[in-house]
Design a protein around this ligand. Structure first.
Ligand SMILES: [Zn+2]
Ligand SMILES: [Zn+2]
Length: 313
């Protein structure tokens, strides 16, 4: 058995033909957890071989639109297809506060579609199975798979003025995966990452581009994202074996620009395994294991990454 971590989207609000909105799929056996659902998540999930009815839960890090713009599509498509699969409403795990209202509005936006489909095939209106948790200052378990083998912890992160922002730590029998969500480099994610095998962290070239953004709105935007140099220092201090960068600001569109991200993180002191994310990049745990199907992994993409050397150093 293996665990796979697939980036379903590595983009940001700026539209990109190459990068879907933010999202990560963590799969172990028949447990499939989607963290965030930005633009085109459903298409990337389909490319990864996962349909909405197969998701065990959707975990939301926060409600910035780039992270949730495909939530309605996921939940609604699962409802439209439920007569085929019968898996019921999509379980959604999120910090309590704005999330229940957001989900309610997202589902009711399609009221006319619901009305006419219920005259046809669907028997009841769409809903989600909400698992709302109190914002935790220290890591706290917020979900566990019915089989008991996959657990999820959450902790609040630093994305102010967004207060209800969390990162997740997912533990499977194969290892530990951390997904930072949107945050500055912070002690909360550092603590969450201790002992993790893979840390998927948002990345922003704040210090490298400081002089170019000074005095512009981008200076403000950069201030609540994770500076790549600081991130390298944090990951080294914590001993992260494999750091995967996502939510890339700005989008790297050439090998040189990818290398600039790597150089920033190395300048911060990080010596572990480093991947600059692209859509459908897949990491397999335990490091060095072949995917469960013995094939190309759920992505079916050339971006599959394994760590045959066990990772670090
Ligand atoms: Zn955000
Ligand atoms: Zn974002």
């Amino acid at each position: 058995m293996t665990t796979t971590v697939t980036l379903t989207g590595t983009g940001v609000p700026f539209p990109s033909a190459e990068r879907a909105g933010p999202g990560v799929l963590v799969s172990h056996d028949d447990v499939h957890l989607q963290i965030d659902a930005g633009r085109s998540t459903l298409m990337r999930l389909t490319a990864a071989g996962i349909s909405p009815h197969q998701l065990s839960a959707l975990l939301l890090t926060h409600l910035h639109s780039d992270h949730v713009s495909d939530v309605a599509d996921l939940a609604h498509t699962r409802w439209v297809q439920d007569h085929l699969h019968g898996t019921g409403p999509l379980p959604v795990v999120a910090a309590d506060g704005h999330a229940p209202d957001f989900l309610r509005r997202a589902l009711t936006a399609n009221a006319y579609d619901v009305e006419v489909r219920m005259q046809h095939v669907q028997k009841a209106p769409p809903e989600v199975d909400g698992h709302w948790f109190a914002l935790p200052d220290t890591p706290a378990e917020v979900w566990r798979s019915p089989c008991g083998r996959v657990g999820v912890q959450a902790v609040r992160v630093r994305h102010e003025p967004v207060e209800q922002a969390v990162g997740y730590r997912i533990t499977t029998p194969d290892g530990v995966v951390v997904v930072s969500g949107d945050t500055r480099v912070c002690e909360e994610v550092a603590a969450l990452s201790a002992g993790a095998d893979v840390v998927v962290h948002e990345a922003c070239r704040s210090s490298a581009l400081a002089e170019f953004v000074e005095g512009t709105p981008f200076e403000t935007i950069f201030s609540y994202h994770a500076d790549t140099v600081e991130l390298g220092a944090m990951a080294e201090r914590v001993g992260v074996p494999h750091l995967v960068l996502t939510h890339l600001i700005p989008e790297p569109t050439s090998p040189d620009q990818v290398a600039a991200y790597e150089a920033d993180v190395r300048r911060g002191g990080f010596r572990g395994r480093l991947s600059v994310g692209h859509d459908l990049l897949t990491v397999t745990l335990p490091a060095g294991a072949a995917p469960a199907d013995g094939g190309t992994g759920p992505s079916g993409a050339s971006g599959r990454v394994t760590a045959p050397d066990g990772g670090r150093r």
